[in-house]
Design a protein around this ligand. Structure first.
Ligand code: NAP
Length: 237
């Protein structure tokens, strides 16, 4: 316990799913946890939750200002907020394309651009971006989501080069299929196929991903930079 004692950790999309479990796990390690989400439903007494829309750079900058005012620094940024709006290519509307890119790609850009200057000042930081197996292998009906999650890998690789000389590591996690609200719309037949294609033989749970966030945020991961870590039970699309 106390792995991240007194570190200040911002988790976007931390009001539900993987982010919510991560907030609790980081809290248990005595980190000061700040959640930025559209929802402000309480996660636990110790977790500071703010209404922040990652698509909006003003909203993100104001939340950064509040975090710095309260805690003096941000040590870890987990760009975890993400959405899906699925449709096959010919049926995908311009709006669906834009909505997903706005949250999953522009949101990651906004948060990192806002927080990085404070990490640079401290000469320390850990940035963890949430990609997906879909960003690595593609998936039927997810042109927008695959583009956003492949884009997250691209940004991770750029920032790993730009920021590591300033004491900041930047890595991506690529979860496979994890049981959260995001999976609720997937029909059982498709879930069974996904499990068949997963050598570990099950869907992931939020803890599977949260524990990798925790490791990447820790001192033990200080020589990992620009990596994309799959957390997918060995899924092969
Ligand atoms: P989730 O349960 O839907 O949680 C995502 C959270 O992000 C929600 O609380 C959501 O709020 C919030 N959010 C959405 N738009 C936002 C915005 N503009 N600003 C701030 N917060 C926003 O999803 P999850 O399954 O935990 O996914 C977490 C991350 O893992 C995502 O990046 C996702 O793409 C990635 N991932 C998930 C899986 C999976 O199988 N679950 C697989 C691979 C990658 P609302 O609920 O109000 O929209």
């Amino acid at each position: 316990m106390g792995f991240l004692k007194d570190k200040v950790v911002v988790i976007t999309g931390g009001a539900s799913g993987i982010g919510r479990v991560s907030a609790k796990i980081f809290g248990a390690e005595n980190a000061n946890v700040i959640v930025w989400d559209l929802k402000t439903e309480k996660v636990s007494d110790e977790i500071h939750i703010y209404n922040v829309d990652v698509r909006n750079s003003d909203s993100v900058q104001e939340a950064t200002r509040i975090a710095i005012e309260k805690f003096g620094q941000i040590d870890v940024l987990i760009n975890n907020a993400g959405i899906t709006q699925d449709a096959s290519l010919l049926k995908m509307s311009d709006q669906q394309w834009r909505d997903v890119l706005d949250v999953n790609l522009t949101g990651v850009f906004n948060c990192t651009k806002s927080v990085a200057p404070h990490m640079i000042e401290e000469k320390f930081g850990r940035i963890i971006n949430t990609s997906s197996v879909v960003g690595l292998y593609g998936n039927y009906g997810q042109t927008n989501y695959a583009a956003s999650k492949a884009g997250v890998i691209g940004m991770t690789k750029v920032w790993a080069r730009e920021l590591a000389p300033k004491g900041i590591t930047v890595n991506a996690v690529a979860p496979g299929f994890i049981s959260t609200n995001m999976m609720k719309t997937i029909p059982k037949k498709i879930l069974d196929t996904i499990i068949e294609k997963t050598p570990v033989g099950r869907l992931g749970i939020p803890e599977d991903v949260a524990n990798v966030y925790l490791f990447l945020a820790s001192e033990k991961a200080s020589f990992i930079n620009g990596a994309v870590i799959s957390v997918d039970g060995g899924y092969v699309g």
